[in-house]
Design a protein around this ligand. Structure first.
Ligand code: PLP
Length: 389
């Protein structure tokens, strides 16, 4: 249960329950304080309990949340969001990222009348039967029309498209490869343009899964800087800075199909998260966080590189610096990674051994230095363990 967010596979040093959070700080149920480098696995981009977001949520809570129909705030948010997302002509709102990625596949299939969707091997798109990483309890028919390809490899994408033939509905892809336990890649303009060209040639839908990376790389869309616009984009996690909200945006190609597909949920109209999202978008626009995240990310990466070197340890830090991932060389069983993480957690830095971490606008240089203080002895412990064999 609870997939990658379960603490079951993590070392005992990890707390299981939390009682409070503020900015980038977390307190566990025993009252221990941590600088949090997971940001709730992504949602917390402005920091926990951001005053403006929480004020907007509280104000809306005084009026209504779940109603017999949507509040007018849904229209305001849709208009605002479509104004912010370069490729979007419409938006629909749901709860989890999985709702949005699953809706995207349904809309691409409905719009094209085709079934096959190309999916990069190992990429996480959620926990519905078609995409959950493990197949316990899943019938293989749920994945019958998915064709795998290797992320970043246009030849492999072409080959998958050949296999899909004239039944190709779309390609779903994340802005960069951010799979757990493996090195991340940097966003790649050549790959992005190649995916777009293939979809154009075959009149298939390009679905960009922005659930994890969205807003952490850029404001309007992670591939916009490359001149690549998706047909559909799935958003979630930090859209409402921790309030439960996800979204799917699309261009005109998908509008009619989106109107025809049966998509709904009892809590999808909740107005509080939508008020929180409006405030989040205002704040992201008022003070774009990416430069700050990059500055902190570079400081953290340099610090970890120096500490690893100091202790003679070979590590790899990959992907955009604002979504750090640190893996040790020769550590297939993650023994070094887990030791490092456990030692850091015990010293008040909540890091992860195999999932990318997240920086937020609420982290400061002092917080990064606090993390580095905790990780120096953690690297020393890994080195000592290695020396003992
Ligand atoms: C890239 C990506 N897509 C989809 C999802 C699913 O989102 P949710 O957990 O909100 O269903 C996640 C969650 O981690 C994700 O990282």
């Amino acid at each position: 249960m609870y997939g990658h967010q379960s603490v079951r596979q993590l070392p005992d040093a990890y707390p299981q329950f939390f009682s409070r959070a503020e900015g980038c700080r977390l307190w566990d149920a025993d009252g221990n304080e941590y600088v949090d480098l997971m940001c709730a696995y992504g949602p917390m981009l402005l920091g926990y309990r951001h005053p403006k977001v929480e004020a907007a949520a509280a104000e809306q809570a005084g009026r209504a949340d779940t109603l017999t129909g949507p509040s007018e705030i849904m229209v305001q948010l849709a208009e605002r969001f479509v104004g912010v997302i370069d490729a979007a002509a419409w938006a629909l709102f749901c709860k989890n990222g999985t709702d949005a990625t699953s809706a995207a596949l349904a809309i691409a299939r409905a719009a094209t009348g085709r079934r096959k969707v190309l999916v990069a091997e190992g990429t996480y798109h959620g926990a519905a039967p078609w995409c959950t990483p493990f197949d316990t309890g899943i019938v293989e028919e749920a994945r019958a029309h998915l064709v795998p390809f290797e992320y970043g490899d246009l030849e492999s994408l072409e080959e998958a498209a050949r296999r899909a033939g004239d039944d190709l509905a779309g390609v779903i892809v994340s802005p960069f490869k951010h799979d757990a336990v493996t090195d991340q890649t940097e966003p790649d303009p050549g790959f992005a343009r190649g995916v777009r060209a293939l979809c154009d040639e075959r009149e298939a839908f390009l679905i960009l899964d922005e659930v994890r990376a969205g807003f952490r790389l850029a404001f309007g869309g992670s591939w916009t800087a490359f001149g690549v616009e998706p047909d559909l984009a799935a958003w979630g996690k930090c859209l409402a800075n921790g309030h439960a909200l996800s979204a799917l945006t699309g261009n005109e190609r998908g509008r009619k199909a989106a109107q025809r597909v049966f998509l709904t949920g009892s809590f999808w109209f909740q107005a509080i998260p939508m008020a929180a999202a409006l405030a989040t978008l205002d704040e992201l626009e008022r003070q774009p966080p990416v430069p700050h995240l990059e500055t902190l990310g570079r400081r953290l990466r340099a610090g970890w590189a120096a500490q690893a070197e100091e202790h003679g340890l070979a590590i790899r830090q990959t992907g955009p610096v604002q979504m750090p991932l640190l893996l040790f060389d020769d550590d297939a069983k993650l023994e070094k990674g887990y030791r490092w993480a456990a030692e850091a957690v015990e010293r008040g830095a909540y890091v992860h051994a195999w999932h990318n971490m997240f920086l937020s606008a609420a982290h400061t240089e002092a917080d990064v230095d606090r993390v580095l203080e905790a990780t120096r002895p953690a690297f020393a412990a890994v080195a000592e363990q290695g020396a003992r064999g």
